[in-house]
Design a protein around this ligand. Sequence first.
Ligand code: FAD
Ligand code: SIN
Length: 481
Amino acid sequence: MENPVVVIGSGIAGLNFALKAAKFRKVVVLTKMELKESATFYAQGGIASVINPEDSFESHIKDTIKAGANHNKIEAVELIINEGPKAVADLIEYGVDFQRAEKGVLALTREGGHSANRIVYVGDYTGKEVEKALIAKLRECKNVKIIEYTQALDLKVAGNGVAGVWYEVEGKICFIASNEVVLATGGIGQLYEHTTNPKVLTGDGIAMALRAGAETEDMEFVQFHPTVFMQSSSGNPFLISEAVRGEGAYLVDLNENRFVDELFSRDIVARAIFEKLKTGSVYLDCRHMKQFGLRFPTIEKELQLSGLDVRKDLIPVVPAAHYLCGGIKTDLNGCTNVAGLYAIGECACTGLHGANRLASNSLLEGAVISNKLAEFLQDKKAEVIVKTVADESLYSPVFEYIEADILSLQKLMLAKVGIVRSMEELREMQKYIVEQLKKVKMTKAVSSAANWEYYNMLQVGLEIVKAALKRDESLGCHFID
Ligand code: FAD
Ligand code: SIN
């Protein structure tokens, strides 16, 4: 394909953008595993939007800014919330069959920090349905080439413009020339030992953007989800949706006493649990929720497989790294400061979330800003900023003890750059990462996707730590002891 728009990532942001852009451009989608594998696929709670006539945009805006500790950019908050209903309507048109209440109106649930029921959902598997619908539509598009099981490694920049993407398929490095590259690579959860994020989310897009000269913003604000079940039969941490608390579950300590308002915003609930865990376990109590299995079938099944019966047993939970509120700095069309480089979804920072994201505002942002970028590019003629020819030469990083080093990084990030931080520990972490980065050897001979992932994790980890060190007072989910 000649000079296509290259989209890296196939969550809600990448897929929704690709679908809309395919109407007027050739599009190539690169994705690390099969198309559906993304944070989007695992989203349970739903998408926040003002749907109920008794709700109001003002109220959603107010809740978003309160959760974000007033650090939000008001233009981003207003635009994204005002465009929410249209984004939800588009998803319905694409085939997402959101839950309906009486008389066919959209059913709405609630999560922490929201002052109204305003979250559209499909059972406890909203993200799976969103991915299914977007993928089915995308596969019908003639203008779209999908390359699965590939890892974008680095961006080629010439002058101040993007000129292409290096990617690896089955150990071979390939290059695609493009002057319009969209990063939709999601979050950074895998930098932490405990995370809700799938394995593909190692901050690659943010690291590539940094190397290309893009700016980041609000990187210190890493949100921990309060209720994650760590003893899942799959071996992976399993999220217990905030909607479970929204529909009435309690958080209790060892003595079965409630200790925090379950619907406070996530940063507050996560810190309350973190403190309780110093002296014992914390549980979700759903025993009184008679319709649990009907409303949360995936969660019930997962817990059953792990030997727990929600009608009789308490569910042990811990907080885990969940969402990066900051990211690659963009305007409200997804433009970065590098010509031709765009960022949308969780890897980007529009300013919507401020210092702490309000529940279910992320899928919303991914859908709205991907629409905006598609509209922006439609108005802008495809132009060749920098001509490039096929170029397969790329220096790749090499590490000696990669598996052990990744585990150490994840443990240290959790211990020193987690829910409660200290300046001293942040400085120690900065020193550790800088030392690890000094060990990197760049070579032309070898490329390995795992080496690039670890390199990206180190660079993004350093960016988080540096941002955290610049903020010596607590704000939102950056809490300094
Ligand atoms: P993602 O959906 O994460 O997709 C990123 C894509 O980039 C993936 O396809 C990945 O393979 C690809 N990728 C990454 N690096 C590379 C690379 N180097 N090369 C090629 N491809 C690459 N938010 C809500 O609003 N509501 C919810 O109910 C909700 N529930 C959640 C539940 C869980 C368990 C998790 C983890 C998150 C949840 N969130 C929720 C947050 C939300 O799901 C994410 O923020 C959102 O889905 C991000 O969408 P995205 O398109 O930006 O990225
Ligand atoms: C959840 O279902 O608890 C996750 C919602 C979100 O991250 O917005």
